[in-house]
Each structure stands twice: as C-alpha cells, then as structure tokens.
Write a protein that binds this ligand. Sequence first.
Ligand SMILES: *Cc1c(COP(=O)(O)O)cnc(C)c1O
Length: 393
Amino acid sequence: MIPYGRQWIEEDDIEAVVNTLKSDYLTTGPKVAEFEKKVAEYVGAKYAVAVSNGTAALHIACIAAGLSKGDEFITTPITFAASANCGVYVGAKPVFADIDPKTYNISPTEIEKKITDKTKAIIPVHYTGQPCDMDVIHRIAKEHNLIVIEDGAHALGAEYKGRKVGSMSDMTCFSFHPVKHITTGEGGMVTTNDEELYHKLLLARNHGITRNPEEFENTSELKDDLTNANHPGSWYYEQINLGFNYRITDIQCALGITQMNKLDRFLQRRRAIAKRYDEAFAGVKGIITPYVDAAGESAWHLYVIQVPAEYRKEIFEELRKRGIGVNVHYIPVYQHPFYQKNGYRDVCCTESEKLYSNLISIPMYPALTEEEQEIVIKTVLEVVHECFDKYAV
Ligand SMILES: *Cc1c(COP(=O)(O)O)cnc(C)c1O
C-alpha cells in the first residue's frame, strides 16, 4: 500500500537521536532550545515554544490567549477535530464558519457573519498547506479586537504574500506528527512575536511553574502574581498558574533539528509532486484538482481531488483495493458525535458538507518516488474511468 502520507527518516536523523540518548539530557535540555530557535528563525518569529504534540500547542495557545468559559471562537469545519477541541478544553465554544468553495479555506465573509459580542478569537486553518486570506482575517480581527491563532499544522514552510506562516499572527501552531512536513514522532510548537504570550506559553507547558521571576519583569499581569519574596533561596520555584506537562524531550528535538535541515528539500519535493498531479489530472472528466491561490505558496501537506459525490465511495474503496492508501480529510468537525451531542445538531455549513462529499486525499509526501507517483496517477485514472464507464456517464 502506498500511504497518503509518511515520514522520511535518514541516517543522520538516527545518529542525532542516538547521540542524544548517550548525552546527559533526555528531556528538557539543550536540544529543545536549539530546535525552537531553528523553527523560529525559519518562520521569522521572535519566540517559539516546543511541546509534546500539535494539539498541546493549540491548547496552550488558547490558554495564553485567555480563552475561557463564556467565550466563543471561530474556526473551519474542514479540519482535524483538534482545531476546535483546543478551545473546548478551556471551556470556550467553537463556532464554525463555512469555507470558500474555491480555496477550501475558511471564508472571511463567513467569519464576519459569525461574530458576536462573545467572540474572542479566530482559529484559521491553512487547509492542505494553502494559506488562508490572512490580510482580510487580520483586518476583521483588528476591527473586532480578536486574537488570531493560526492552526499551521498543514503549513510549515508555506508563504503568504512573501511571509512565512508562523510570523504573521498572535500565535501559530505547528505539528510534527509523522505525516506532517517534518517529524519528531509526536511534537508541536507555538510561534509568536509577543513576549507576554511567550511567557504564558512557557508557563502552560510546564505546570504553570517558573524558576525565574525575572522572566516576567516586562509582563505586567504575571509579575503581580509572583511572591518569591517568601522563598528567597536558590531552590526557588513557584506555580503561579494551572499548567500542564506538555514538555517535549531532547530526544525528539534532536530529530526535529536534523529534520529542519531538510525542510526546504522536502517542500521542493512536495511542490514537484503537486505539479505532476496537476498536469496528470488537468481536464480529466470526474476529477477536480485543487485551486492554487496566487497570494500564497502552499506547503502541500495534502493533495486532495474532488470526484462526483455519488461515486466517491466506490472510487475510494477501489483505490484502497488496488494499493493506493487514500484517505478523506475531513468529516466536518461538527458532524462528529461529540459535537452532535453537544449542541451542534442544527449546524450546517453547506459548502463544507458539499466539499466533504467529494474529497479524496491521494499520496503526498516527499519520499514518494516518481515511479510510485506514476502508479498512483495510473490507478486513479483507471478507477475513475472504469467507474464512469460502468455507469455510462
Ligand atoms: C495534525 C493536526 C493537528 C494536531 O496535531 P497533533 O500533533 O497530531 O496533535 C491539528 N490541526 C490540524 C489541522 C492537523 O492536521
């Protein structure tokens, strides 16, 4: 089976992990800071906080944003559930804004329709790696005083109007799951340019504990909570918030560092694969290839095709039977039983549901060879043609 996505691990990655295993630090040590610096510099952000996975990154971003009970935030239904769950963890209510049927990303017009006096944040997702319309989203956020947390899990290395995703909003969250652009096994990161948010993220990652009250000298809100006068020794540490243990290990970050060295090569490969699929499927009856917005440069986490809804299941099952590990990204989040049980039965985002009924994700990962890609193309064309012949359309 050729999977829809997978990691690419080479000898230097293995060596880096083994070397860390032989070092003094297994968990938080020098590799964490080095990995954070590397990602921050790459995306053009001042600060980065690495955590145990992408969902934890989204969770601590919601904590740092001050999202809580009574607040609403707006996100897209066409995403992995974590983009909405992260706000539910802190008691806030996800409100789903429909997608733009052309880009498949959240529609800024639909965002505006969903804003109420409870709205506190927008969580746009750069679906498949294509950046959302960030200028318009930032303008809306500014007008309504909203925090923007980008879910950049699909978009490490993506660019919007010449700027890398990760440098533009209050916070951006990444995932290093094996199907993403680089991997640490499990892992995630939040990038930000805001010092106060940075300190809140650090606290949320590590139980709400600080060892260094001077960190908060520029952070008015947190400074007032510190009482280190009571513990004036060098054993000092205090828990000032309720945080979590979302730390990532040095072992994982050693892998993250060697993987980051290859990110541009990986992205080049993803872009070449997308181009080849675009060519192969252009003008083919029954297949719609992704629209590419000129304002951005996609990181191509996924390559999704649309096929007619009435044949999607048959085409999907047949591709799996013939060894192509296709997938569907995503079931609209509010359709999951958890959301249905919790007040979303009447929600309907027409464009999202329409897109969902047509979608198939086909293999897209840098280690996919040209020969494998040709097999994928041939099989997809065969299966779609056979299906059309069968029903004589
Ligand atoms: C992968 C992913 C996440 C979560 O990342 P994990 O590292 O698996 O927790 C969040 N949002 C989106 C859109 C993703 O694709």
